[in-house]
Design a protein around this ligand. Structure first.
Ligand code: ZN
Ligand code: ZN
Length: 363
């Protein structure tokens, strides 16, 4: 793997400055995305310990060469068992209260750490850490933009090859292959290709159902480029559309447009959800919009913040979020339209590429 630029030192600095605010003396990270964000290490297993005067990346023997190459400026500690490694490093450097990611550490690890390091206190941090990666810098945005471009190019090629009689599974496999061939590390998540009644399931798995004229076809897909994800959903009608299909599509499209229109720095995430949801409710489809309007995207495909009615978060310039309202009519079909945007001071810029106007695809 080509070593990437090391992460900007400001990230670690920002974290260190907040230790007193959170009443901790050190931080233990087990989330590999957070570890990558702070150190540059791209391996799939390890731990990171950050104290006021130490920064130690812990890895097993498989990753030692990679860790030394990627995580410049970090002490690299090799372990045979992760728990023994944690106890070694923490007992050497640790004092006082050690904060950790509440969402990542298992009860088993927490119990073992408390047993083996009885002089120390471990404090779960939640909101404090979940926003860590929310605001993206220019380089991160460029990677997400490239991921979206790779995905869109693959998608357009697959659309050209679409024929009646193809199954959802075949279309999904074709798209996954095209995304990988186009330069992505991997796909962002298992590609959703849902036709006909399957499209009424927001998280449908591709089935052996063959696509045919008159079908609604929803494809939710993304690419990973240098660790960063894209996420986009297109819904089309195949061959011919009935009036209800077009009407519901336009309702969802208008909700999508209203949400995007409302996005700018300083606006509450729940206000974006409400911009989409109140329109859909007003059109009589409120009960058919069964999920949040969007989510943050970056090193994870779903990350902070959520654009949902219960969200307490406020948009900041540099956040990258999806806008994806949907209406699902069980037994009939569903429509979801998803774009990826970067929040700016006075608005937002759309990073995903495929036009979202109502479209009938000839097959
Ligand atoms: Zn999606
Ligand atoms: Zn999404």
């Amino acid at each position: 793997m080509q070593p990437e630029q090391p992460p900007p030192a400001g990230r670690l600095q920002r974290i260190r400055e907040r230790l007193p605010l959170w009443s901790v003396q050190a931080l233990l990270f087990l989330d590999m995305k957070n570890i990558r964000y702070l150190t540059g290490f791209t391996g799939s297993d390890g731990a990171l310990y950050i104290g006021p005067d130490c920064r130690v990346l812990l890895v097993d023997g498989r990753y030692i060469t990679q860790a030394r190459a990627e995580a410049g400026g970090f002490e690299v500690h090799q372990y045979q068992s992760k728990m023994d490694g944690l106890v070694d490093v923490i007992s050497r450097h640790g004092r006082g209260v050690i904060g950790f990611e509440a969402e990542t550490m298992t009860v088993a690890t927490w119990t073992a750490l408390k047993e083996r390091l009885p002089g120390l206190a471990f404090l779960p941090l939640r909101q404090e850490l979940e926003a860590l990666r929310a605001v993206k810098d220019e380089e991160e945005i460029a990677r997400i933009r490239e991921a979206a471009a790779i995905a869109a190019q693959a998608f357009s090629a697959v659309l050209e090859r679409l024929r009646p009689g193809m199954t959802e599974r075949e279309i999904a496999a074709d798209l996954d292959y095209a995304i990988r061939r186009g330069g992505a590390q991997e796909v962002s998540f298992p590609t959703i290709v849902a036709s006909g009644a399957n499209s009424a399931l927001p998280h449908a798995w591709p089935q052996d159902r063959t696509v045919r004229p008159g079908d609604m076809l929803t494809i939710d897909f993304g690419a990973v480029f240098e660790g960063y994800h894209s996420d986009e959903t297109c819904t089309f009608v195949l061959g011919r559309a009935d009036a209800k299909q077009e009407r519901v599509y336009q309702v969802v499209k208008e909700a999508h447009d209203r949400a995007i229109e409302a996005i700018r720095a300083g606006v509450a995430c729940r206000a974006i959800d409400s911009a989409a949801r109140s329109w859909i409710e007003g059109q009589g489809f409120g009960e058919s919009f069964t999920h949040g309007t969007g989510h943050g995207v970056g090193l994870d495909v779903h990350e902070y913040p959520r654009l949902a009615a219960q969200s307490e978060a406020v948009l900041e310039a540099g956040m990258v979020v999806t806008v994806e309202p949907g209406v699902y009519l069980p037994g009939l079909w569903g429509v979801r339209i998803e774009d990826l945007v970067v929040v700016q001071k006075d608005g937002c810029a759309v990073l995903s590429k495929i036009p979202k106007e109502f479209r009938i695809i000839e097959i």
